[in-house]
Design a protein around this ligand. Structure first.
Ligand SMILES: [Zn+2]
Length: 298
């Protein structure tokens, strides 16, 4: 088995031990997302881990759709969000002002909650679950969510490492295992120990950035996994002017008014992909009127 291309998600099932195995290397996508947010260091690693976790979680969706992870934190960062589809599309964000404020310092981050939302292919909500984050660690929190909210046995581990000299992530990716009901206890215990013990740095590609999925896959050889699906990973954001305007309306009357007073097109950015939308004063005025109507109705 050779996964020649970079940035892949690989799904396999174990013949000998009855489990599902998903491996992901999303280093390039995570680097592209981190660059758009001008995130380095810890923030870039968080984006790398959150995107890998979203991709692994999305691999368990029953059909086309989206898995959304919403980590609420306190301290220097208030939230990390990542969305992914089962076919390898992914986006992620940390609030812009918080990335700029932390710079290259390691932020102080305290765990709060993790919300997981699943959408169908039309974007309608299929399910929503919320758990306390055990620690600020992405792997532990998502595993905790899976054990609390889904039927079954799981272990998810994601990892990302930022290289200060290169100014980018050396790798971002991870592993998810899920036991099938017929899995034997002893096999599952051995698999848990195997995945817990993975040192991702030891599986980093040497010639280029990224994780060596071949060497990760080889760890499971004893359980004879069979690969049945493989997708390329692409950063993707389905944002629209309408959606960005909806986010803007949360500024409320005062925020809208001060934008209007500037008298020129307001430059709004999608918080996920940083795409810029120019909104004319006419459109702002219309929103302001609508906001006023809503206030009057209260
Ligand atoms: Zn966008």
């Amino acid at each position: 088995m050779t996964f020649l291309k970079l940035d892949r998600i690989v799904r396999a099932t174990g013949d000998a031990a009855k489990f599902r195995l998903v491996l992901v290397d999303d280093t390039r996508a995570a680097n592209s997302i981190a660059a758009r947010h001008e995130a380095g260091g810890y923030a870039a690693q968080l984006l790398g881990q959150a995107t890998a976790a979203a991709l692994l979680l999305a691999s368990g969706l029953k059909g086309p759709g989206t898995a959304q992870l919403r980590f609420s934190l306190s301290g220097d960062l208030s939230r990390v969000a990542a969305d992914a589809t089962p076919f390898g599309l992914v986006r992620a964000m940390i609030p812009r002002e918080e990335i700029l404020a932390t710079g290259s310092f390691e932020p102080m981050v305290l765990p709060q909650t993790l919300k997981v939302i699943k959408l169908d292919k039309e974007g309608s909500r299929v399910s929503e679950g919320i758990v306390e984050m055990v620690t600020a660690d992405i792997s532990e929190s998502v595993t905790h969510y899976l054990l609390q909210s889904e039927q079954g046995k799981f272990l998810l581990r994601v990892a990302a490492l930022y290289d200060e000299t290169e100014g980018k992530l050396r790798y971002a990716g991870g592993v998810l295992i899920e036991a099938f009901p017929e899995a034997k206890e002893a096999d599952w215990a051995a698999l848990l120990a195997l995945v817990t013990g993975i040192d991702f740095s030891g599986h980093a590609r040497t010639a280029t950035e990224g994780l060596d999925l071949d060497s990760l896959y080889a760890l499971f050889a004893l359980y004879s996994p069979q690969v049945h699906k493989e997708f390329e990973i692409e950063p993707f954001c389905p944002c629209s002017e309408e959606g960005v305007l909806r986010a803007l309306s949360s500024l409320g009357r005062e925020g809208l008014e001060s934008l209007l007073l500037e008298g020129r097109d307001a430059e709004l950015h999608c918080e996920f992909c940083r795409k810029m939308y120019a909104v004319s004063p006419e459109k702002l005025l219309k929103m302001l009127n609508e906001a006023e109507d809503e206030e009057n109705e209260k």
